[in-house]
Design a protein around this ligand. Structure first.
Ligand SMILES: [Mg+2]
Length: 366
């Protein structure tokens, strides 16, 4: 199931890259409005229709650590690509580690004295990325050790919080790299902060999914099935990841088997797939949300809105599930998925677009 190494870059690659990044940021900003709210809290705040539009934010909506870390993932890749264009094969995971250590600095968190320190890059001067927006505990503690976590020398060995998955879309955008390598880069980067197999494998499966959509050109459901198959092919496949992904695929398959034919939502969604605080649940809720809303969707924007609302209005980790869902739909449709009225509310779109444009230039020369 690997992509041939030199699959041509799709004609709409630039739009898909920007769509993936911005779709994630919009989903994150929407979900962050209710990240720590139960379904009852959301209902109390926004009424029986729940949260339906980004304009319901009181004040400027902000994206959270999910988008901040996704952009630092991208910046780590930019570092590697810049070295490559200068004829140097940099260590990809070391560049990711240095990028995440720079992210940790933005959060004003001390790291161990022996941790390496890279010279600041453009991204580090962007004040919007210095706000503390509830960074994940394992991301912070894993990096603060100053030890480079690996598969064989894990930091936070029991951690499988969704902090790995939610930052890992950019790996899937790399062209001219086979899917198996994408999976390895993503799962090795997960080990920088989280040691549990599910954290590694969920991250790898998510990046694989994005890669199958953007680079291999698979339709959404086929890409999701391919990610499930890759996860199942892991020698020590995490059973909970496999179970969650399988449930997401089965439950989203038309005709929907709920008593009223409507998608699972709120508590019934959480009962079926979990709350999303851990890696495999966050991935499964996002995958379910994008798949189950596909049939009824009229336009890419309609699909985006339906999926993001579903991925947000529950008692769990709404910003991460909605951010991952937004990444996926941006990968599928490119910028056509992004609701224009939400874009006008998006925080710091120029920062996101500039980093996306650098990635496009360094990977395609465009
Ligand atoms: Mg967050």
């Amino acid at each position: 199931m690997t992509t041939p190494e030199h699959t041509p870059v799709p004609a709409d690659f630039a739009s898909r890259v920007q769509g993936t990044l911005m779709g994630g940021a919009l989903g994150d900003a929407f979900g962050y409005l209710v990240e720590f709210d139960s379904l009852a809290d959301i209902q109390a705040k926004f009424g029986p229709s729940l949260l339906v539009d980004l304009s319901q934010a009181s004040g400027t909506p902000h994206f959270s650590d999910d988008t901040q870390m996704t952009l630092y993932t991208l910046d780590g890749l930019l570092d590697v690509l810049e070295w490559a264009n200068n004829g140097v094969g940099a260590d990809i995971n070391a560049c990711q580690w240095l990028a995440y250590l720079r992210w940790l600095k933005t959060q004003d968190i001390e790291t161990a004295e022996h941790a390496p320190e890279q010279a600041p890059r453009w991204i580090d001067s962007q004040s919007v990325l210095h706000h503390q927006r509830h960074p994940g505990n394992a991301c912070v503690t894993g990096l603060a050790t100053g030890e480079m976590g690996t598969l064989f020398r894990p930091v936070n060995p029991e951690s499988k919080g969704c902090g790995t998955v939610m930052r890992s879309a950019p790996y899937g955008l790399l062209p001219n790299v086979d899917a198996e390598t994408i999976y390895k880069i993503s799962s090795d980067a997960a080990s920088l902060t989280h040691g549990h197999p599910s954290a590694r494998q969920s991250s790898g499966a998510f990046s694989w999914l994005i890669h199958q959509i953007v680079i291999a050109g698979l339709p959404l459901r086929a890409a999701a099935e391919s990610a499930r198959d890759r996860a199942a092919g892991e020698p020590s496949a995490d059973p909970e990841l496999l179970a969650r992904l399988e449930s997401a695929l089965i439950l989203s398959k038309p005709p929907i088997s709920t008593h009223d034919g409507a998608p699972l939502s709120g508590d019934s969604l959480s009962d079926a797939l979990g709350l999303g605080w851990v890696a495999e649940e966050a991935l499964a809720v996002a995958v379910y949300s994008v798949l189950v809303t596909e049939q009824a969707a009229g336009s890419p924007v309609d699909h985006f809105l339906a999926a993001i609302r579903l991925a947000t209005n529950h008692s769990g980790d709404s910003d991460s599930t909605a951010s991952i869902a937004g990444n996926i739909l941006g990968a599928v449709y490119g910028e056509a998925a992004l609701p224009p009225s939400w874009l006008t509310l998006c925080e710091a779109p120029a920062v996101i677009r500039r980093l996306g444009a650098e990635f496009i230039t360094l990977t395609t020369g465009a």
